[in-house]
Design a protein around this ligand. Structure first.
Ligand code: ADP
Length: 162
């Protein structure tokens, strides 16, 4: 059974991420959303919160699982047979970073292939950072976040602000 791993910070998980997950779930028998702890990024949500939210929004997908990892993706991938890493591409600006990561991962573990799913144009301008910026100024993020997690993310901002 071929496993696809969709790694990311998911801080928070957006409807753009969910679209990539839904499409990957139609292409692969098993998809693992891997919430990664990124030492270079300060996150709004803890690793546990991000994982739990990803679990909640993917609960309806029978072939999608959620995991978390604090380390190199290539080390995580070692437990699977010929895993495929799925990443999303929004604009040309994503390309250079994603291409460099894919080549680096391939160098570290030649058994790991990366494939890219082009964003749906509806989500082209959607990123977790944009959502956070809008939410921080009390803008409306309803259409960007899955309804199951909207209140939790907004509550986090109220806590931060208090
Ligand atoms: P990272 O911190 O690893 O970039 P993110 O959680 O920001 O993690 O994103 C995970 C993956 O999802 C990345 O490949 C990113 O390009 C992709 N992605 C994020 N938002 C979208 C979107 N709106 N449409 C398609 N892909 C997306």
């Amino acid at each position: 059974m071929q496993t696809a791993i969709y790694p990311g910070s998911f801080d928070p998980i957006t409807v753009g991420h969910l679209d990539v997950i839904r499409r990957a779930a139609n292409m692969f028998e098993r998809v693992i959303v891997c919430v990664v702890a990124n030492a270079n990024k300060k996150t709004l949500l803890t690793l546990e919160e991000r994982k739990e939210q990803a679990e909640r929004v993917t609960a309806a997908f029978p072939n999608v699982e959620v995991d978390s990892w604090n380390g190199l993706l290539v080390d995580y991938a070692k437990q699977f047979d010929k895993p495929v890493v799925v990443r999303g591409l929004r604009a040309l600006s994503d390309f250079e970073y994603e291409f460099m990561m894919a080549l680096t991962n391939k160098k570290l573990n030649p058994g790991v292939e990366t494939i890219f799913l082009a964003t749906d144009e509806k989500y082209m301008y959607l990123s977790s950072s944009a959502v956070k910026e809008i939410a921080a100024f009390h803008g409306d993020v309803t259409e960007f976040l899955p309804p199951e997690i909207l209140d939790d993310v907004l509550r986090k901002y109220q806590q931060e602000g208090s």
